[in-house]
Design a protein around this ligand. Structure first.
Ligand code: LMR
Length: 400
């Protein structure tokens, strides 16, 4: 008789974010609205295919390239273009060669490779993320073998960052703790640190020997591509070692291509070269090497000044539409006399708004109105459009 391997297994809970999409898809009501997953949608409720991506794909199709393996750390032209995009082509970090950038499976892949590097190779055992954070941060830390903790971040009473709480919690961490930070467009709250607050965090990391890992999944969705990198530039200037994950899922609408990057900033080009060898071992043991299509698209755009500008234009349009929808939601809530002032929505950054709605209120929105959001109260503003914003506002006001 053989032992039955899986008979005792209980089902895992649905993913708190992607599970929302599954429920939304199963809902037959035509007026349904998905405010769950963080994806950009057009006024028509569709994931756009950017013109700059379409053109790159046509050119790629015409180039008839075979589908060989690409290097473990990704396409060299892609990695170098991404690093220049992040720090600036003439920046000290790029010119000195003290950073290494590798292609990864989206931003999540970058987090996983970076966490494996710091745990399995560098021996760090404790990882912390903000409370609240993107749910997958803690799941990734746990799976990579870290003891997982959190630091205070959200000040519900004042609709802001609880900076004093954050500093107090970070100060209490043992040296060599991996600290996950959202470099802009904090997910889920939409509240970011000021440059002065970033300076304090940087000094604390230096003094207490903490390892900063910046997650940058929404670059370009706050004030602009370059503006949004301000915190990263502060870290670069500080001379600290740090890690950075980049995603092109949102900014290029290349969700399904799983295209991102991990950058590790070290003290010297020689150190970066050694780190690269270790990163390659981590990638090889995780998934061998990355796929090429998304990287080829992004490389084409980032390394051609005209296409780069065209992309920035398309990114600006997305950012502006989100801003417009934030204002429309806040205005509509005021117009219908909502019990709660919703003007905070216009002060939050990126795709999300942390509404303060309870899990029960979120459930009511889904059950009674077919409006889906994450149960921690996060709504994705990109799911709003001029046709559904009144319906959403009225429904939210009803469950308040
Ligand atoms: C989100 O937070 O909704 C996105 O980052 C998508 C995801 O993978 O969770």
């Amino acid at each position: 008789m053989t032992d039955n391997l899986f008979a005792g297994l209980t089902p895992a809970p649905a993913d708190p974010i992607l599970g929302v999409t599954e429920k939304f898809r199963a809902d037959p009501r035509p007026q349904k609205v998905n405010l769950g997953v963080g994806v950009y949608l057009t006024e028509e409720g569709k994931t756009p295919l950017l013109d700059v991506v379409k053109e790159a794909e046509v050119a790629l199709a015409q180039s008839n390239q075979p589908h060989g393996y690409i290097p473990i750390n990704g396409l060299p032209g892609y990695c170098s273009a991404v690093q220049k995009m992040i720090f600036g082509a003439d920046s000290e970090v790029v010119l000195s060669g003290r950073a290494v950038t590798v292609q990864t499976l989206g931003g999540t892949g970058a987090l996983k490779v970076g966490m494996d590097l710091m745990h399995s190779v560098c021996g760090e055992t404790r990882g912390v993320s903000s409370v609240p954070t993107w749910g997958n941060h803690n799941a990734l830390l746990k799976l990579a073998g870290y003891e997982v903790g959190g630091y205070r971040y959200y000040d519900a009473a004042n609709d802001d960052v609880d900076f004093d709480g954050m500093i107090e919690d970070l100060r209490a961490l043992p040296p060599k703790t991996l600290v996950i930070l959202h470099s802009c467009c904090h997910n889920p709250t939409g509240y970011d640190l000021t440059p002065e607050q970033w300076d304090e965090v940087i000094e604390l990391c230096r003094k207490n020997n903490l390892t900063p890992f910046l997650d940058m999944a929404y670059q370009g969705f706050r004030d602009g591509l370059e503006e949004d990198a301000a915190a990263i530039h502060q870290f670069a200037k500080s001379g600290l070692d740090f890690l950075l994950s980049t995603s092109f899922s949102k900014s290029f609408n290349l969700y399904g291509e799983r295209i991102g990057a991990l950058t590790v900033v070290t003290q010297s080009a020689a150190e970066a070269a050694v780190v690269l060898t270790q990163i390659k071992s981590v990638i090889r043991a995780n998934y061998s090497n990355p796929p090429s299509h998304g990287a080829r698209i992004v490389e084409r755009v980032l390394s051609d000044p005209t296409k780069y500008q065209q992309w920035l234009g398309e990114l600006t349009q997305m950012r502006n539409r989100i801003r417009t929808m934030r204002k429309m939601l806040a205005d509509e809530m005021a117009r219908i006399g909502s019990k709660r002032d919703f003007s905070f929505v216009t002060r939050q950054n990126g795709m999300f708004s942390f509404t303060g709605l309870s899990p029960e209120q979120i459930d009511r929105l889904a059950d009674e109105f077919g409006i889906y959001a994450v149960r921690n109260g996060r709504i994705c503003i990109c799911g709003l459009n001029t046709k559904n914003v009144e319906y959403v506002a009225k429904s939210i006001a009803t469950v308040l």
